[in-house]
Design a protein around this ligand. Structure first.
Ligand code: UD1
Ligand code: CA
Length: 458
């Protein structure tokens, strides 16, 4: 079967009450439309046409990396029937799978079942339906006394009797053969709304005596997003699905209700995730890690046995096995942390690589630096990497000991095994094996305090 796909994504999304096109609203880090695109991709269609209109440029730009898509513009938003007519010009005589762009729960598995049913029953039109008495705003599937589908009536146009009698709802996912597409021109403008409803095609095809059917699937596989409440409900379904999958793979969640994990994230066996945690984007976490509360990890890779202590933010960084980060640490993008490293309280690291077994335990900023292995960075060490105009690099070679409260004014290099005395401002290179010290000599004025007391009293 030569399959083409049409995704309807031109609508206003009025009920979202938003300046952002509905299909670009994100569900766990991914625009709704992307879910549909990803689900159909696996079916390897000949062509995938996306109908855009409202916020067309924004939608096209956001999907720029999906170079297999063809976009067509629906100039006037005259309804789903009109949207498919616009796309039809792009299609060959293929079987066409039509979906709405506001249905992120759809999976390849559900679509494959529809394709199989369609083929087996040799239909001209097949579509997915569901039964859920808590939902409103969906089209209702009309069936005759022999259970044959005779049409779809939109919720807002359904009579009281129809609402009572017909509980099966239209999902908006259809497979249409060319015979059915040829009837598109027969759809009449709805008198109340002025729109051309794709759903009317079902009634037309039924009247022509063609083979058609609706296949019921679970509501949780197919319901869509029309407003912000549903956006939350659908996000929560996908969040729970993702966490359940990870639990099945051997990950412990202390409180799955307060962990937010994007479906794109992978987590290894025996890792423990504490409450109120955010694992986002392309994050990959190894085995037996512990992620303590309040942490957010974005687009980062963690090895095995890594510990992320409370309230730590990690962005686009890499952390080696057995390292420990936090509490209250911030790894900014492009930080590369080696094995058995300790990054402690209130440490900020940016675009810096840190060698194995190095420690920066407290109150430090390391930016644009290359730090070797077995280095000790004392509390309060700061790389001064910015002169107000440009950024400069700091190199700290292996085995260096940087005393507390030191400033390293970049560009600067501290050679292998050197020491920097506490309180030093390093502004020229330190040769390997030497001590850098830059502070005024301490004087002790013996008995000074007693003398001061006497002075104050008199
Ligand atoms: C539609 C169906 C309804 C079904 C529901 C399932 C119709 C008339 N109704 O209703 O039976 O139960 O989906 O979710 O089809 N769109 C365009 N151009 C337009 C109008 C809409 O591209 O002129 C796109 C929208 O961007 C959206 C999709 O079509 O992705 C569905 O439109 P929407 O307005 O959400 O339809 P529903 O009222 O949900
Ligand atoms: Ca909808």
């Amino acid at each position: 079967m030569n399959l083409s796909v049409v995704i309807l994504a031109a609508g206003r999304g009025k009920r979202m009450n938003s300046l952002v096109p509905k299909v670009l609203h994100e569900v766990l880090g991914k625009p709704m439309l992307q879910y549909t695109i990803d689900a159909v991709k696996v079916l390897k269609p000949q062509k995938t046409v996306v109908v855009i209109g409202n916020g067309a440029d924004a939608v096209r730009n956001r999907m720029a990396t999906e170079d297999h898509l063809s976009f067509v513009i629906q100039k006037r938003l005259l309804g789903t029937g009109d949207a498919l007519s616009v796309a039809k010009k792009e299609l060959k005589k293929d079987t066409v799978l039509v979906l709405n762009g506001d249905c992120p729960l759809i999976t390849t598995k559900t679509l494959k079942t529809l394709v199989e049913n369609h083929k087996r029953d040799k239909n001209v039109v097949s579509f997915l339906s569901f039964i859920d008495s808590t939902m409103s705003g969906y089209g209702r599937v009309l069936r005759d006394e022999n259970k044959k589908v005779t049409g779809i009536v939109e919720d807002k146009h359904a009579t009281h009797e129809e609402k009572k009698k017909f509980k099966e709802l239209n999902s908006g996912v259809y497979i249409l053969e060319t015979e059915a597409l040829n009837y598109l021109d027969n759809i009449k403008k709805n008198r109340d709304s002025g729109e051309y409803y794709l759903t009317d095609l079902v009634g037309i095809v039924s009247k022509k005596g063609e083979r058609l059917n609706a296949y019921i699937c679970p509501s949780e596989d197919i319901r869509g997003v029309n407003n912000r409440r549903e956006l939350h409900e659908i996000s929560d379904i996908i969040r729970k699905r993702t966490i359940a999958r990870l639990m099945d793979h051997g990950v412990t969640f202390i409180d799955p209700d307060t962990s937010f994990v994007h479906p794109s994230v992978s987590v290894g066996k025996d890792t423990i995730i504490y409450p109120n945690t955010y694992l986002e984007g392309k994050t990959k976490i190894g085995n037996a890690c512990i992620i303590y509360p309040g942490s957010r990890i974005f687009d980062s890779t963690l090895g095995n046995n890594v510990i992320i202590k409370d309230n730590t933010v990690i962005e686009a960084s890499r952390i080696g096995n057995e390292s420990s980060i936090g509490p209250f640490a911030h790894l900014r993008p492009h930080s590369i942390i080696g094995r058995k490293v300790k990054i402690g309280n209130f440490v900020e690291i940016k675009k810096t690589s840190i060698g194995n077994e190095t420690k920066a335990s407290h109150l430090t900023y390391l930016g644009d630096a290359i730090v070797g292995k077995n280095v000790n960075i004392g509390a309060g060490t700061i790389t001064c990497n910015y002169d107000g105009r440009n950024k400069f690099n700091t190199v700290i070679e292996q085995g260096v000991f940087v005393g507390s409260d030191s400033q390293l004014v970049a560009p600067v290099k501290i050679g292998k095994g050197a020491y920097v005395a506490a309180g030093t401002t390093v502004n020229k290179d330190v040769p390997a094996g030497s001590l850098a010290i830059s502070r005024t000599k301490q004087q002790n004025l013996i008995g000074w305090a007693r003398k001061r007391q006497l002075r104050v009293k008199s």
